[in-house]
Ligand binder design. Structure first.
Ligand SMILES: O=c1[nH]c(=O)c2[nH]c(=O)[nH]c2[nH]1
Length: 191
């Protein structure tokens, strides 16, 4: 059980586990440590923090991985999973390739709803402020998905939106050396 504390990184915990197994057992050839946060938030009543009660708010689960082969570099990855997002308007599906088999009509106003999974790598560096970078990437994802709060932004397809998010994150966060983003798209009846 880890407490949310700005000096404590999930990533550091995963790195420590890798180091522990590599240095303690000489027969170990490969270690991979996966750590994920459970998003408990303390309950508040009229602004007063509750002494013992919490609520689980899974609005994007933080996880990380540290991986090492003996004599190889220690690789660190982090990510967000189970992040459900929806746009109630300003979304369509248009401009896709069509031939004689195409039955799907173009749409210019629909609900876009999906679950995002993303994972990025930090390369070999271990001296980043992992908490700050994770928060920044989450903010970039939300900003690129939604657009400005007062007017939003039109999405011509979820593929285009996924691409915009990827470009936005890579342009804003230089510490990321690779970035994978997948969106599991829900049709309207599953939203
Ligand atoms: O944004 C979309 N991309 C698709 O590839 C697709 N396919 C589909 O049926 N609806 C949608 N919407």
């Amino acid at each position: 059980c880890m407490h949310r504390n700005d000096n404590l990184y999930l990533e550091q915990f995963a790195i420590d586990i890798c180091n522990h197994f590599m240095t303690t057992f000489c027969q170990v050839a490969y270690v991979k440590a996966y750590v994920q946060e459970v998003p408990w938030q303390r309950l508040h009543e009229d602004g007063v923090p509750h002494i013992h009660s919490f609520i689980c708010v899974p609005d994007g689960i933080r996880f990380c991985e540290a991986e090492q082969c003996r004599n190889g570099p220690l690789m660190v990855f982090a990510g967000i999973k189970d992040l459900k997002l929806m746009k109630t308007t300003q979304s369509g599906f248009e401009g896709f390739y069509k031939n004689e088999h195409t039955t799907l009509p173009e749409r210019h106003d629909r609900i876009l709803c999906g679950e995002l999974f993303c994972k990025w790598s930090y390369g070999e560096c271990k001296d980043f402020d992992f908490n700050c970078i994770w928060k920044k990437i989450r903010e970039c994802i939300l900003e690129a998905f939604a657009g400005p709060p007062d007017c939003g932004e039109y999405s011509p397809s979820y593929q285009k939106t996924v691409n915009c998010i990827q470009m936005f994150v890579l342009s804003r966060v230089s510490q990321v050396s690779s970035f994978l983003l997948m969106m599991f798209y829900f049709s309207n009846s599953e939203c």
